[in-house]
Design a protein around this ligand. Sequence first.
Ligand SMILES: [Zn+2]
Ligand SMILES: [Zn+2]
Length: 780
Amino acid sequence: MVVSAENVIRRRFDLRGQVQGVGFRPFVYRMATIHGLTGFVANDGNGAVVEVEGRAAAVEAFASELTEKLPPMARVRQLERRDMAPVGDAEFRIELSHPDPNRSPEVTPDAALCNECRAELFDPADRRYCYPFITCTNCGPRYSIIRTIPYDRPATTMAKFTLCELCAKEYADPSSRRFHAQPNACPVCGPRMELCRPDRSTIEGDPIRETARMLAQGRIVAIKGIGGYHLACRADLNAVVAELRARKIRDGKPLAVMVADVGAARKICTLTNTDVVALTSRAAPIVLAPKRTDHGLAGLVAPGCKDFGVMLPYAPVHHLLFTEGLGALVMTSFNLSGEPLTYEDQDAFDTLGSAADAFLTHNREIFRPIDDSVVFGFREDAIPIRRARGYAPCPVRLDRSGGGAFPRGHTAKILAVGGELKSCVCLYAGGEATLSEHLGDLIHAEAYRNFVRAVHRLKVLFNFAPELVAHDLHPRYLSTRYARELGLRAFGVQHHHAHVASVMAEWNEAGPVIGLACDGTGYGTDGAVWGCEILLCKRGTFDRVGHLEYFPLVGGDAAAIETWRPAAALVRQTLGEDWLERAGAVFRGVPTEALSVFERQVVAGVHALPTSSLGRVFDAVSFLTGLCARNRHEAEAAMALETAAGETAADPYAYCVTERNGRVVMSMIPAILEILGAVRSGEPVHRIAARFHETIARMLVDATAAACEATGIHTVALSGGCFCNRRLLGRVVELLEARRLRVLYHRQVPSGDGGLSLGQALVAAWQSAEPETVARATET
Ligand SMILES: [Zn+2]
Ligand SMILES: [Zn+2]
């Protein structure tokens, strides 16, 4: 094509966002070719860069399509354009990546099988018919297989598979959906499935068909998927699920269920539109949804829970298994209770060989173990409880335009290490907070090693050298110790302050806000164990303006497990010193010796820290109503209470909100008195549970509203693990909105400790950017 020089322009586009590993370069190539433009596209350290040259009208048309017709997984967040002098390129080309050692682009999360690939998977005429590693630029593994950036095949665990002629042709063909699809593979050149016995010998036959046959017979099979191994078995037979639980040493924890499609999911639980959108999204998380009464699954799948955690097939291997006529399957992360996810093959066979009858495995290495995410639908949002596969490592971004949460002029790179349970770390730089996947509870040595390795790999992946570190105030958390040993300037951030700052970050809010943080336990600045806090938060500072009245947390770690302990403390506070005679039968199951040790410790103040934990109040009432004597896993007692409450509306019990020394203090004493009476008179447990929920909601809202009124602040920020309780969250939001308050709640990160690191990072950013504000705040 001959064009006169006057008409020709050249324009450069610099793009940030999710543009690597999502078919962006092929898309640009096609667009540029359609418009007869020359130039190039390349990944760089920031994202991608495009230069096009040609007629002005064609460049304009290209420019508008660049943002309007993006491939499905691509997200452009920032687009800079500038005109340049034409250089007379002969063609349009895809260039090799231009790495920039100083900046990092976004890494795309793993995505569920796309519809096109799915159609090919089941098309007998397709060369990838029934091939369990089918993928394209729109779907498949990403974050779990990337070692370093830029995202090119040699940087992934696909490096060892050499593309066959046909795959190489697709890879190089700009009109193909697999053009530059890094995990591209086929049965000739790609990874393979294998079904093995626990001794690693091969089971002959079609691995997937054999697996399906074994599952149908009630056997337990370990299945290697995207981020690790699942243990799978039939979900409809109690004996089978009991066997799985016995082998996995995983007490009462609810097990996730995978079903073939939305229709099958609707047969076991009640789904809202929000739930269906989440289930069928590219992230394909586990969605918590209420059980139907006629669900037909084994009682042992999710005992004591009102919900099932349900998900749909997301890897091709799952789709293939369900075509073999299987019903609902238990699909649970393959790890020993509390330890991190198993993802290495040798590890799976060595340590866990006795848990599975067979292993459906493959030779594509998982570089980064990643659990299934867990969400629940609330209004229009899928709210994360566990943020992992499909979401990590998408960043939370602050608006840099001013007026929001972004601390201007702040340039330091911050590593925030989170808390102890549901660990998750955050890399913060320039208004972008990249959160790791859920890393488990940092209690076991193995989980700690996994944490250290994950931090290291994130630093490599994002080329991130932290200059500051933020951690919890708790001196004994392993994460705190880790942070303090880094030799960087360290910021200790109070647990509930971090919770509130985390939700502020999501809403790009610098405060002042009234934060309401409700959870199990967090180290307080007065040495007490905080857990139900009203905090006035503004930028890097907080002021404690209210809390739940303290009661003694007796017996150290046992106080969070044995629910009679907080119950006894609250009942003693309510009834006085002769509490045991007066409460009588309620504590019958507790050994007399334990009760007398308890009494001695309370009186002497030994092993009895004052606490304002709301989580322990839930435990106490769960004990008093006979629902749960022991938290075998975190929040088991509270979940039993939420389940018992169901959906029925109820009146609150009496409670008390007063002002003391300038703070709002909430007391449950009147409610505990009424609950004791209700238990004694044999009131149905579901009714007590429902009334208890209403009491807590009203008490929190009255106290928060009082703090708002006293301070003239009209924005309330909700955070903390208690807001994973949907009934409580729904009611508190409703009641606060009815008082014309603006309510912020979590939508991107968990309200539990999985969201802590985001808040820690933001508080550290604020405090290092504005040290004078912090100094002033600590003086007053
Ligand atoms: Zn695809
Ligand atoms: Zn091939």
